[in-house]
Design a protein around this ligand. Sequence first.
Ligand code: ACO
Length: 432
Amino acid sequence: MKEKLATLSFSDGSPSVDFPVLGGTIGPEVIDVRSLYGKTGKFTYDPGFMSTASCRSNITYIDGDQGILLYRGFPIEQLAEKCDFLEVAYLILNGELPNKEQKLEFDGIVTRHSMVHEQLSRFYSGFRRDAHPMAVMCGVVGALSAFYHDSINIYDERSRDISAFRLIAKLPTITAMTYKYNMGQPFMYPKNKLSYTDNFLYMMFGTPCEEYVPNPVISRAIDRILILHADHEQNASTSTVRLAGSTGANPFACISAGIASLWGPAHGGANEAVLKMLDEIGDIKNIPAFIKRVKEKDGHAMLMGFGHRVYKNYDPRAKLIQKTCHEVLEELDMKDNKLIKLAMELERIALSDDYFIKRKLYPNVDFYSGIVYKALGIPVSMYTAIFALARTVGWIAQWKELIADPEQKIGRPRQLFTGATPRDFVPIGKRK
Ligand code: ACO
């Protein structure tokens, strides 16, 4: 088949240049501009990567206009309904759903890597009791590279797999330890007889004083939330992991960088920001005044949990979390919860307001997840840490894909320089 080309022409009479147009399996074609600088001495300018594909990937696909999310080709709705988190983790990592034996083996390996080095627990006491959990997570996850030297040879496939298992298995333990440290309660060792999610909830809410009894509705809800957060294509934190990974940094350092990037309120930190916003609004009667402030961009007011760079339609994950949220509130007998009523009314008003309609602003994954956590009594500052736990699967799969990609190079963008042109040094006594 004849190669498709895109031609770039210039208004100043410079010769036009051709670039190959590459097609994926679905989604928009991309113009391969790698030779642009060599051919023209010019760069592209794309702050925020509005029109730039940074890599080839076969993990996650999003159609933001249709509100479609696929992990390895499977619709998120089917995975959230029919799989458990580790099944989805296996899929994201390996490209196919596991058969029974593969699932058993994978669950077993993850389960047997869930303890952290005992010395790691002493890291926590270096943090203030009230340190933000994401600050603790960045530090402790980064510190893993100091404990697991034997798996940081990134050019060895077996080492990469071991690091992947370690990260996926230890993140629930580290996240729960972060919570326990904040609460001033003893750390709980993982229990191998429990499932991944039950074990996480046990390490969060169990204490040595009494038997922890898992609640299947709550476990399923959290498991589903983990599935919905597991990967999301080349978002800010994943791109951070890839950029760090492109330098050859070890996987623990890369995931720690991803956690730092996720922390921001425009990204994973939005679930925390939603709850703060709902608290600030306080009552349904205050919604119109809040929406007015948002529309007037008064003091940078935003409707947190709304809007997305890629989704210009309902985020499919938000629909699924909304359903999960109702199941949890029903189970906990909190149906008349003031917060959920406030959130639903806020959503209703926003979705019928011209400002949000015109800008295609819909609820995203974070709009409802915080309400589930709140109902479970999880402190607001922990929300993004739980997001990080889930997203570790996506980050590590994307990192592995990057390392195995023969086209990968160190990530090194260029710039449009707008600073001073060359000038001569002036001795301090002669400066104005
Ligand atoms: N509330 C009010 N106005 C908004 C919102 C919002 N949540 N989101 C976007 N807008 C407005 C912008 O002010 C802008 O208006 P303008 O055209 O009058 O200037 C317009 O919609 C387009 O917005 P951009 O900022 O250009 O969109 P972008 O794709 O860069 O930003 C983002 C996407 C960062 C997610 C943004 O919508 C936002 O900050 N939302 C709130 C935070 C949030 O919920 N983040 C979680 C995202 S999901 C995730 O990371 C897990």
